[in-house]
Every structure is written in structure tokens, then in C-alpha cells.
Design a protein around this ligand. Structure first.
Ligand code: ADP
Ligand code: F6P
Length: 320
């Protein structure tokens, strides 16, 4: 391939810039021209394309967000949208694309590959909810951000002898919530993957632990479970412990990417370009068993992600 392009799609994630940098510089070092597609698939449909050189990605490795902007583009789910995107590729001589995003973005990459534009997906989402990979860019930074914020809530909960009910992002997945809950010593962690009984698993537990002398509590609730206001109200009503609900929200998606996110993003981006350089598309980059590799997009999208029940059970056992 002579000309490849890179785009970011779906929710942004810290480390996406490091991945863009890796793609651009890997492409150049392999003798290719690299273009940037702005605003994800929306930019591809509209032809919002820029030339990238090594300097265009200087000074971004440490920045959150994405210099290429990102978008959610419903039109790309239609054949008309795909056809427009393919026409843009033809017009700009784009022969392959690195798509940095989540499962939804990979579905788009599959459709584009099917339309004759080989694509390689790079996993980028704070949710870590992509089945084919154990790691996604942004997860580490988001976990650390959520943990720091939950720690701050713990400080004020401790001072006021309150219960803090914290909602952590993750869309339909509870990975970010589980990690945050363990790291901040939550009394209960509520995730969509594990059935729970609010009365038994949260309220009775708080009452029992309260009797042993503990005076403040943090309950972590995954976004996919939701209802933090109601949960806090119920805890207060039934335990008599004053409770407050906090939705951490989009602050979890920003910030300086951690070492792990920068390094993983650099490896993922490089690997994606190596594939395109060999003319290989319709793949997603994966991280399994500590190794960066790749998988067929169809296979990757058909996989189901295991939830770490062992870790969940440990968290439950030690939060007493
Ligand atoms: P993520 O990539 O983080 O999972 P989304 O699910 O919002 O985020 O998907 C990002 C974009 O990918 C969508 O706005 C759309 O343009 C494209 N996309 C999502 N699902 C599909 C699909 N089934 N077919 C084609 N494109 C899709
Ligand atoms: O996929 C990343 C994510 O932050 C999810 O955790 C969350 O459900 C969603 O994106 C929020 O999307 P938006 O930015 O459109 O509100």
C-alpha cells in the first residue's frame, strides 16, 4: 500500500493520540503516505481528510483526547454512508485505514473492508469491553482517574460519616467499575454482569459492617446498573447513614494518559500499520496473554468477553 489513513471513532480515550502518532510515524517509516480522517466516519463520508507528516504528531503523546476529533455517525450504518466513504477513499487514494475505537467502530471497519478498503481496528475505549482483547487504550488512565475521584469522595464520606454511592462509566460493561471498586476499597460493587440483591448485598452488609465500627462507606455502581440516586436514598432510609450519590461522568474520559496507555497505544498502532503494509486488512489488533497480535474482525466481533468473577468474589470477600 502506498497511502493509508487513520481515524478515531466512538468515545474518545486517553492514549488515542499516542496511537495516532504511532500509526503516522510507522507508516512513514515503512515508506507510506499517511492521511488523517477527522471526526471518525462522519469525516470519512464528508471527505474531511488531512495530510499527516512526522511533525504533525509531535507533542501529542502526553495529551488526552484525540487531535483527529471523534464522532458517532449513524449514517455510516447505512449502505449509502459506506458508499460515500468508499468514494472518499478512492478520491484521496486511501488504500487502507487504521480505525481506532470500540466494537461499534470495528463493525464499521468490517463493512468498509467488505467494500474493498482493508481496515485494521485498534482497540480504544475506556470501557475495556472489547471481547477479542484483554486491553483497550484508555482503560488504565480511566481506572486511575476513577480511583482518584473515588478516593476524594471517600475523604469527605469519612469526615461526615456518610456513604458515598459512586457511578463509574463503562456503558453496558462493569470492568471499569470492578477495578475502581477494588482499588478504592468499596463495600459493594454493583455491575451488570453479576446479579445482586440491593437489600442483602448492600444494605444488610453496610448495617453489619457499621456494627463493627466502620463509619463511612463507598459503594461503586457501574453505569450499566445506574440508579445511584435511588440507591443512595434507600441506603440512607434503611441504615440511617447519610448518603450521597455522585455520577463521575465524562471526567473519566479525559486527562494525561498513563505510561501503560501510551506504550500499549504505540504498540497497537505500529502493529496495525505492519498489517496494512503487508496488504492485510479486516483484522483487529489484540492483546492476549501479554502479547500484541491480531484477529479476523468477524471472529473478533462474534466473541463474548468473560467477566472476572474470581476478582469480583475476592472484592466481596475482603470488603467486610
Ligand atoms: P465504539 O466504537 O466506542 O463502540 P459506537 O458504538 O458509538 O462506539 O460506534 C462508533 C461508530 O461506529 C458509530 O457512530 C457508527 O458510525 C459506527 N458503527 C457502529 N455500529 C456500526 C454497525 N453495526 N455498522 C456499521 N458501523 C457502525
Ligand atoms: O464508550 C465510552 C463511554 O464513555 C461509555 O463509558 C459511556 O457509556 C459512553 O461512552 C458515553 O458516551 P457519550 O460521550 O456519547 O455521552
Amino acid at each position: 500500500m502506498k497511502t493509508i489513513a487513520v481515524l478515531t471513532s466512538g468515545g474518545d480515550a486517553p492514549g488515542m493520540n499516542a496511537a495516532i502518532r504511532a500509526v503516522v510515524r510507522a507508516g512513514i517509516s515503512m515508506g507510506m503516505n499517511v492521511k488523517g480522517i477527522r471526526r471518525g466516519y462522519a469525516g470519512l463520508i464528508e471527505g474531511d481528510i488531512i495530510d499527516m507528516d512526522a511533525r504533525s504528531v509531535s507533542d501529542i503523546i502526553h495529551r488526552g483526547g484525540t487531535i483527529l476529533y471523534t464522532a458517532r455517525c449513524p449514517e455510516f450504518k447505512t449502505q449509502e454512508g459506506i458508499d460515500k466513504a468508499i468514494a472518499t477513499c478512492k478520491k484521496h487514494g486511501i488504500e487502507g485505514i487504521v480505525v481506532i475505537g470500540g466494537d461499534g467502530s470495528f463493525r464499521g471497519a468490517r463493512d468498509l473492508s467488505l467494500g474493498g478498503i482493508p481496515c485494521v481496528g485498534v482497540p480504544g475505549t475506556i470501557d475495556n469491553d472489547i471481547s477479542s482483547t484483554e486491553y483497550t487504550i484508555g482503560y488504565d488512565t480511566a481506572m486511575n482517574t476513577a480511583m482518584e475521584l473515588a478516593d476524594k469522595l471517600r475523604d469527605t464520606a469519612q469526615s461526615h460519616e456518610r456513604c458515598s454511592v459512586v457511578e463509574v462509566m463503562g456503558r453496558k460493561a462493569g470492568y471499569l467499575a470492578l477495578q475502581t471498586g477494588i482499588a478504592c476499597g468499596a463495600i459493594s460493587i454493583l455491575v451488570p454482569e453479576v446479579k445482586f440483591d440491593l437489600e442483602k448485598d448492600v444494605i444488610e452488609k453496610i448495617k453489619a459492617v457499621h456494627k463493627t465500627g466502620k463509619k463511612h462507606f463507598v459503594v461503586v455502581v457501574a453505569e450499566g446498573v445506574g440508579g445511584v440516586e435511588e440507591i443512595a436514598a434507600k441506603i440512607e432510609e434503611e441504615t440511617g447513614i447519610e448518603s450521597r450519590a455522585t455520577i463521575l461522568g465524562h471526567v473519566q474520559r479525559g486527562g494525561i494518559p498513563t505510561v501503560r496507555d501510551r506504550v500499549m497505544a504505540s504498540q497497537f498502532g505500529y502493529h496495525a500499520v505492519e498489517l496494512l503494509n503487508q496488504g492485510i486488512g479486516n483484522r483487529v489488533v489484540t492483546f492476549v496473554g501479554n502479547e500484541v497480535s491480531d484477529k479476523d474482525i468477524y471472529e473478533a466481533l462474534a466473541m463474548k468477553k468473560e467477566f472476572s468473577l474470581d476478582r469480583y468474589n475476592i472484592a466481596t470477600a475482603i470488603s467486610i
